[in-house]
Design a binder for this molecule. Structure first.
Ligand SMILES: [Fe+2]
Ligand SMILES: [Fe+2]
Length: 423
């Protein structure tokens, strides 16, 4: 407890932030101090919340992710209310008469301040031993129908694929519309990824309920592979709900919670999925290990804080990770956080170089409508858009990569290609 006066701090983990202009009539009162992550819990108005999508005995929020090899495994996740005590998935090669079954892990999730749905059960079934390059269908018991929205394909042996990437989404219905539109426009995309700030308060389950509701017919067919942003990993309180929601590879570095940082390889591309809200230094060695030990043609890093941006360049990331991106030639780095769109020219050692075959593309995108008024000039930028809402589709065909950013009017907002055969 402190004393309310000018110069007093409110957050123990941010004591440089101090009060100014305290009204005279309040001076000298008791001040309840807290940590940043608990700031919103001291609200008396709006402290208790309701979810728009309470759970029921019927499975919902059905979502695919990978925690293992995309050619032979798939994780299927869903939730129910707490009356359902066990989860089972039936699955088969599309149209086959041989049906397999997998028991799901169950865990109870709690949001203490959620008035209408405090506890839910969540389930994860880890399917393994699947055939590569094969279409599957599944059903979550007690459902016994085979539905088009419960289908997926395992990774095939070719070296062509596409995926869709979003910047910050903040559980906005506008993002939901964009996600569905991206899926209709790119039915061939193998998976989707969001570069953090999926929601605005990572410990408010009602926001996750909104987020997962909007694209429910997409994420039940295509894995959603994300990284946490600062809003998902609440200062001082962590990213527990993020970890509870997503089943990802547990191959991240020590010193960072498992599944917040991980890597996976899809066909000829390595994806470094990094939690930039955790310690930079604790992850540097791991990033080098991943890059050193891959023989992937393409290397893509996804993390929330963009090293280069007009507002708040991340000098620690520029110092620790960028030299590794240079040394092992990471092709593209995707980020968010600063709500605008920016694609850098090819960069190496902090300088602009002649070609993306030689330098890295640092790209920031935003998945919700946004507007930045005072963006400063960025000499390294090839494309800057201070307004609008975008998704990106990246198509890889062997040695060739085609990148497109599409705005909410379905117009091509940015595009470029990288061809590794031409230097
Ligand atoms: Fe954000
Ligand atoms: Fe952010």
């Amino acid at each position: 407890m402190g004393v309310l006066q000018n110069g007093a701090f409110t957050y123990h983990d941010w004591d440089e932030l101090v009060l100014t202009d305290v009204p005279d009539e309040l001076k000298g009162q008791k001040l309840l101090t807290t940590i940043r992550g608990r700031g919103t819990e001291s609200h008396l108005i709006g402290a208790f919340r309701k979810t728009n999508y309470p759970s029921s005995a019927q499975p919902d929020q059905v979502m695919l992710t990978w925690s293992n090899d995309p050619s032979t495994t798939m994780d299927i996740q869903w939730r129910t209310d707490t009356t359902v005590s066990a989860g089972i998935v039936n699955y088969r090669e599309k149209g086959s008469s041989i049906v397999y079954s997998s028991d799901a892990e169950k865990y109870r999730m709690e949001d203490l301040l959620l008035m209408n749905d405090r506890f839910i059960n969540r389930f994860t079934a880890h399917l393994s031993g699947l055939k590569p390059g094969t279409d599957y269908e599944y059903q979550i018991l007690p459902e016994t129908e085979w539905k088009e929205k419960y289908t997926f394909s395992t990774q095939s042996a070719t070296d062509s694929f596409a995926f869709v990437w979003f910047g910050d989404t903040h559980y906005s219905p506008k993002f939901g519309e964009l996600f569905n539109r991206a899926d209709s426009a790119h039915p061939d995309a193998a998976f989707c990824t969001i570069a953090g700030d999926l929601v605005s308060d990572g410990l408010y389950r009602n926001q996750w309920d909104d987020l997962l509701h909007f694209p429910e017919n997409v994420i039940s067919r295509k894995p959603l592979m994300c990284v946490p942003g600062n809003h998902d990993n609440r200062a001082g309180l962590g990213a527990l709900m993020y970890r509870e929601f997503f089943s990802y590879p547990k191959n991240g570095p020590d010193g960072v919670n498992k599944e917040q940082t991980y890597s996976f390889t899809y066909k000829n591309a390595l994806f470094l999925m990094i939690d930039a809200t955790s310690s930079v230094d604790a992850q540097t060695g791991w990033i080098e290990e991943q890059l050193k030990n891959t023989n992937a043609t393409w290397k893509i890093a996804v993390f929330h804080f963009p090293p280069y941006n007009w507002e708040e360049p991340y000098l620690d990331i520029q110092k620790a990770w960028v030299p590794l991106f240079d040394k092992y030639h990471v092709d593209m780095v995707f980020g968010g956080h600063i709500h605008y769109y920016m694609r850098s020219k090819p960069m190496k050692g902090g300088e602009v170089v002649d070609s993306y075959n030689n330098g890295t593309a640092y790209i920031i995108s935003i998945g919700i409508p946004s507007r930045t008024r005072d963006a400063a000039e960025e000499p390294y930028a090839e494309v800057v858009k201070t307004e609008g809402q975008y998704y990106q589709c990246i198509k890889i065909e062997g040695d060739k990569l085609t990148y497109s950013a599409i705005n909410s009017n379905n117009e091509l907002a940015d595009s470029f290609t990288i061809d590794k055969r031409k230097n």
